[in-house]
Design a protein around this ligand. Structure first.
Ligand code: SAM
Length: 343
């Protein structure tokens, strides 16, 4: 089927302002759903512009609320909009918008939790591209609720690593807001004081671009913190060669003692009896100096540590499920002790 001809811009009919919508439908912001609404159309347009060209694209918006960002997305004439909103009180205002653009844009309104919604289900499959092609005409946009933003990001990174969900269709891009401190961590490079597990996880699978800050004053009600706008594009060639869960475990343990030499955290990947020997071996295999601190380790070096850890647990599968945080330490069979000590 031939693709529909893109429309340059859509002009919405006169609509009540977002402020009026909130007043009209008595939409008191709920703290438990992290509801902080953006009121300033120019700022909202700036977020949507950060997504680049979305004309004739499929756009999924997370948490549209009263629809400020949705209006700005509609103006860019996407092919389809998928709105996923947990709070059903916003349905009438979103339906009003869907009705206003029904002649040009297909709108799906989903009342549900983003953490439980299969976005791919709503995306037409005819826009699939190969992983090594330029990103498909699909975009995920959201002024995310603080309460779910980090967990959602980690979940999406895992889906990206498996090319599942919206990433079945190719390297689907994202334009998202986070608490400023979280956004800075996501983008923090080696030697940056903000560098942490989230930095390594995000940058191992995506190009992360910190676009701009939004002052907390721009929201109603005003949150305690400022906000950062970030774009993420999945990498053609992820930096990590290992499964997501393995990488998550290794990176988490290494950053668990962030002020100390990285080997201190790395030791916690192994039971006490084997620690010294296994970590020495792991750093040797990865060709990494054990006296580097976690924030001094580059993404590629983390990848080598993960490869080395993977080799070690292949050889000593009894270490694979070792959990430093578990209350009881598993006993290592005596027969392993010999193997461990022999290089
Ligand atoms: N997009 C609007 C704006 O920018 O003004 C509202 C943003 S507000 C920070 C977050 C929105 O996400 C709220 O509308 C809230 O109801 C919704 N939300 C909260 N938790 C959600 C979840 N788990 N799934 C989907 N939407 C959620």
């Amino acid at each position: 089927m031939a693709a529909a001809k893109p429309i340059a811009q859509i002009r919405l009919p006169p609509l009540p302002s977002i402020k009026d919508i909130i007043r009209l439908y008595k939409l008191r912001a709920l703290r438990e759903l992290s509801q902080n609404f953006l009121m300033e159309p120019r700022l909202i347009d700036k977020i949507v512009r950060a997504a680049g060209n979305i004309n004739n694209h499929v756009v999924c918006e997370v948490g549209p609320g009263p629809g400020g960002i949705t209006r700005s997305i509609i103006k860019q004439a996407p092919r389809k909009i998928i709105l996923i909103e947990k709070d059903p009180r916003f349905l009438p205002s979103l339906e009003l918008l869907a009705d206003a653009c029904k002649d040009n844009i297909d709108v799906d309104i989903v009342t549900g939790d983003i953490l439980k919604t299969n976005i791919a289900h709503f995306i037409p499959k005819d826009i699939k591209t190969g992983w090594n092609d330029p990103p498909p005409p699909v975009h995920l946009i959201g002024n995310l609720p603080f309460s779910v933003s980090t967990i959602l990001m980690i979940r999406w990174l895992e889906m990206i690593s498996r090319q599942e969900g919206p990433w079945e269709l190719g390297r689907t891009r994202m334009t998202l807001t986070f608490q400023k401190e979280v956004a800075e961590r996501m983008a923090a490079r080696i030697l940056d004081k903000q560098r942490c597990r989230l930095s390594v996880m995000c940058q191992s699978w995506c190009t992360v671009n910190y676009k701009f800050d939004i002052s907390g004053d721009a929201f109603l009600p005003k949150p305690d913190v400022d906000v950062g706008v970030v774009t993420l594009t999945p990498l053609k060639h992820p930096i990590m060669n290992q499964p997501f869960k393995l990488v998550e475990k290794v990176v988490r343990q290494i950053f668990s003692m962030r002020q100390k030499y990285s080997l201190r955290g790395a030791e916690t990947l192994f039971p006490e009896e084997a620690r010294e020997e296994m970590v020495r071996r792991m750093y040797k295999m990865a060709e990494l100096d054990p006296v580097t601190r976690p924030f001094q380790i580059a993404n590629g070096e983390f990848s080598r540590i993960c490869d080395a850890y993977s080799e070690i647990i292949k050889k000593y599968p009894e270490f694979e499920n070792y959990d430093y945080r578990a209350p009881k330490k598993p006993k290592i069979p005596a027969s392993n002790e010999e193997i461990i000590l022999v290089e």
